[in-house]
Design a protein around this ligand. Structure first.
Ligand code: C2O
Ligand code: CU
Length: 478
């Protein structure tokens, strides 16, 4: 609280499209984590940390069946560059620069998973291996920093990017592609008058910014052709969630969730996106006259969706995300197929009846710390040992009245079996890796442990909760 960023009126900046690194033919790729400068607010230069010096980092294109070897080089300043970010005193002004990269949603072996303890310092590099195996559904994944106790700050500074995995089916379906397939990373930040990012995070509850950015620019505008677009929406915020709607309240279609295409498109007027979730939507601009401006709104008047209802306050700087300006140009007009991708794939689909067991996980706050089953993360402790090749039901419980926790286990993908305390939302029938637990919500999810024995983390993806210390370890065993 207390910070007011020198925001510009919305829709001055043009939407930025991140550079692309094409790894679809199996070449090794290399990305540098380094300091960059970016006009997040038009006319003000902000120092950021970015892969290749930009935020979001380059979009990595990958192909199912073709592994990616990605070397990340830590070229951040060794002392952590505390002069380039404002960190309030109560947080100890800590700024580190050890990094570790996690591809969020990946099915890979533990050494390459970006475990928070496997950081490497400035001047060093690490080669990650992402198999893109049978189990990995083509989807919008994202890679981001995961350093122990520093993830929140480092992702906030900009260390995150898209990873788009495709296959032949994606092409056969004739969905909007090329310039009509656009990633949108939404993230709220605070910026001071001199342009520095402000990492204000009271009680490690999460940063609540007053500048909503898309792809690293304040509330941009995007000129669209008259036709359909596939938007891959990622909530890359520290803690804020969004309830997205179009300003004319019209219908759009959710076609994908965290782990790719849904069985069929789902029409909706609202899309709820919690931190780390991805949803793919198709918006059709063919119905608008050239010159029309459609605003992507956020129909929540506070950072968390505690009341499960629309609350739109147009005076709030966070109520508008970006604008689409419809041009005369003819765009992509093929119909969206009625069938997309079945839930089952070559690896099948687990059934609840076959689940080896159920485990309970409670997400709470204790003595000023975030906890899972009453405990904080401890490097030496493992809280579950699921057997490789089996499936389990994990029951996620949020008993508290006040907080929201988007829960994310590594290695797996899951289906939401049922929800108590809230309705199922558009897109939640597909494969997921992050599930929104609002106040008094319980979710039962079904997951299968495949391919890799080893130690992985599960945590809340309010990244501040994750850092302090709402994280646990499970170990898949033979
Ligand atoms: Cu987005 Cu542990 O990850
Ligand atoms: Cu949380």
């Amino acid at each position: 609280g207390g910070f007011e960023s020198p925001r510009r009126p919305p829709f001055e900046a043009d939407l930025a499209i991140p550079p692309v690194i094409d790894a679809r033919r199996g070449e090794s790729i290399r990305l540098d984590a380094r300091v960059g400068r970016q006009e997040i607010i038009p006319g003000i230069t902000t120092p950021i940390w970015g892969y290749e010096g930009v935020s979001p980092g380059p979009t990595i294109l990958a192909r199912k069946g073709i592994p990616v070897n990605a070397t990340f080089v830590n070229n951040l300043p060794a002392a952590g560059d505390p002069g380039n970010i404002i960190i309030p005193e109560e947080l100890g002004r800590r700024s580190l620069s050890e990094i570790v990269v996690h591809l969020h949603g990946v099915n890979t072996d533990a050494p390459h998973d970006g475990h928070p303890l496997f950081t490497f310092p400035s001047g060093e590099s690490f080669e990650y291996f992402w198999p893109n195996n049978d189990f990995q559904r083509p989807a919008t994944l994202w890679y981001h920093d995961h350093a122990i106790h520093a993830t929140s700050q480092q992702v906030y500074r900009g260390l995150a990017g898209f990873y788009v995995l495709t296959d032949e089916l994606e092409e056969r379906l004739n969905l909007p592609d090329g310039e009509f397939d656009v990633g949108l990373k939404i993230q709220d930040v605070i910026i001071d008058k001199s342009g520095l990012l402000v990492y204000a995070n009271e009680g490690f509850k999460g940063v609540e910014g007053d500048v909503v950015t898309v792809n690293g620019r304040q509330q941009p505008r995007f000129e669209v052709a008259r036709g359909k677009y596939r938007f891959r929406i990622l909530n890359g915020s520290d803690a804020r969630e969004y309830r997205l709607a179009l300003s004319d309240d019209s219908v759009f279609h959710v076609i994908g969730s965290d782990h790719g295409l849904l069985p069929a498109p789902e029409p909706t007027r609202r899309l709820h996106v919690a931190p780390a979730e991805r949803y793919e939507v198709v918006i059709d601009f063919a119905r608008y006259q050239p010159g029309t401006r459609i605003v992507l709104q956020n129909r929540l008047d506070e950072p968390q969706d505690r009341r499960l209802e629309d609350r739109f306050d147009p005076r709030l700087p966070t109520s508008r995300v970006m604008a689409f300006d419809v041009t005369r140009r003819q765009g992509f007009t093929a119909p969206i197929p009625a069938r997309l991708r079945p839930l089952a794939d070559p690896t099948g689909v687990p059934t609840p009846a076959r689940a080896a067991r159920t485990r309970n996980w409670e997400f709470d706050r204790q003595d000023g710390f975030w906890s899972i089953n009453g405990r904080q993360f401890a490097p030496g402790r493992v809280d579950a040992r699921p057997r490789l090749g089996t499936s389990e039901i994990w029951r996620f419980v949020n008993p508290a009245g006040g907080w929201v926790h988007p829960i994310h286990p590594h290695l797996v993908r899951f289906l939401i079996l049922d929800l108590k305390g809230r309705p199922r939302r558009p897109g939640e029938s597909g494969w997921k890796d992050t599930v929104w637990l609002g106040p008094n919500v319980t979710a039962r999810v079904l997951m299968e442990f495949r391919n890799f024995a080893g130690r992985y983390v599960m945590h809340c993806h309010n990244v501040s909760h994750e850092d302090h210390d709402m994280m646990t370890q499970f170990e898949t065993v033979l």
